[in-house]
Write a protein that binds this ligand. Sequence first.
Ligand code: R5P
Length: 310
Amino acid sequence: MKIVACNSNRPLAEAVAAALNLPLTKASVRRFADMEIFVEIHENVRGEDVFVIQSTSYPANDNLMELLITLDALRRGSARRITAVIPYFGYARQDRKSGPRTPISAKLVANLITEAGANRVLTMDLHAGQIQGFFDIPVDNLYAAPLFSRDVQERFANREPMIVSPDVGGVLRARIMARRLNCDLAIIDKRREKAGVSEVMNIIGEVEGRDCILIDDIVDSGGTLCNAAEALLKNGARSASVYVTHGVLSGGAVARIAGSPIEMLTITDSIAATEAVRLAHNVRQHSIAPLLAEAMRRISDESSVSSLFD
Ligand code: R5P
């Protein structure tokens, strides 16, 4: 078993390698003057079971290209099996035609990864589970829910939390968490009755006096969650905390969250923390390295990955 780390999230790759007690395979990724990417694997990989760790996070196109070129280098180096470990799968939100003459970029990215040489994919909390079907190779989709529910149990031991979905699209995700924790569930229904009229946030569920926990898969601009937290407090909630798997946190998102009534935003390290994330008073990261490492060990041993979540 060999682990190759691309550059999007070195700290996570190093933590995974440490958990597996393996060194990272020596490899270098260089840029030519025109910024073309060049990858060189400095160790023999012939016949090896190779795992390439790369999140296709910001800058998404560079990181995706780095992954594709690394897969190509490994395939041409005669690796026996190549698993693309993609903790955060970018382009996942473009998973259907949103209008006439628009792309399904998630499918295109799946094709590119397969064509470049991946034999399997290991990822986490895909934006839509159906994206697994965009690949014709095996995909293992891990969940942060068990990790988050343990954390909620510790942090909210003496409180009466209520799980909240920030939009109708996230109800299934939130319901799974509510069931794990045996908690009540509320849903925020955002509606714009007429074009040009501001959005109305209707809350389905009685949140007054409750410690609300918003659940989502991605926080990008932070708009969805900051608005949801404000709506909850306006409706009498005692507090609003957030658990999100992928901290995309583009532009001024961290500042927006720091200035919001969100008590604490907990994200995983599927995307490397920026300086702003490290310094924010109400953002913390939970490592998925032990979970990824265990899943990789099981893939390598040909044992069950799904039983990790039993
Ligand atoms: C949407 O379907 C996702 O689950 C997230 O709710 C969304 O990507 C969050 O985006 P933002 O943080 O920009 O509101």
